[in-house]
Design a protein around this ligand. Sequence first.
Ligand code: GZL
Length: 314
Amino acid sequence: MLTLRNLFGAACLLSVSTVATATTIGFSQVGSESGWRTSFSESVRQEARNRDIDLKFADAQQKQENQIRAVRGFIAQRVDAIIIAPVVETGWTPVLREAKRASIPVVIVDRNVQVTDDSLYLTRIASNFVEEGRIVARWLMAETAGNCAIVELQGTVGATAAIERARGFNEVLAEHPQSKIIRSQTAEFTRSKGKEVMETFIRAEQGGRNICALWAHNDEMALGAIQAIKEAGLKPGQDILVVAVDGVPDYFKAMADGEANATVELNPHLGGPAFDAIAAYLAGNTAPPKRIDTTGELFLQDTAAAEYARRTAQ
Ligand code: GZL
């Protein structure tokens, strides 16, 4: 006979089993070096809350050793799955093998890992960084009739986004012999380093008068460089054209103010597709596509004010 006592006991058992089945996922994030990165992190956290996922978030402050330590910690905690946003491409094979030996699926998001055995991760969700570089370069070559002396602020050395954006940009530049990159240096994807390096470029290039355009591998570095251009008495977006990638709100504001010219949006909402791939795997679909593409589109000054309003209203 079903008594209230039995019913209560069954309810407790069910609630414990429900709690016990909540998915636990470890997320090793690069850091918080840019506006894009922080919006990416917030998007993943929100998506985890939406799905009742117990997210273990580890910020590596842009150091790979911190990421590897965090992933080993997730393995020791026996999480259900691991998401890695790798700061650089190399050095991942040993810890990915440890995750595989522990039968814990790993999803790579954003930048890539350089491994010979792609069974070490379930899938990679990311933009096509080479295409981002091509899109920006094509716009700049059209804007300058293929005749432009360019300074380049590179992203973090060894990061896929830096390697591949440069590859795509240079591929298009090679079609325009009147254009070339006259100075290039890493500014580590940060605003402060972007300002610092651009100041040295300006000093080295006749107070900036030799420079036709700045190509920055992300908006954050470009925003720092814009400050340096203004402090040198020049007009960013006019005296020196400014092009970048990410599509962060502050950069849309700069374009709306005429201080920057173009960017390619980088989708920060990578948590949903990552959680979907993990859920499918845990439900028995062990073969999601190896690569999920999230490449964004080009944005220019003509829509910047509306885009800024839309993105800051939310
Ligand atoms: C690219 C991503 C880059 C962003 C930067 O997908 O890895 O890292 O473009 C961030 O803003 O630092």
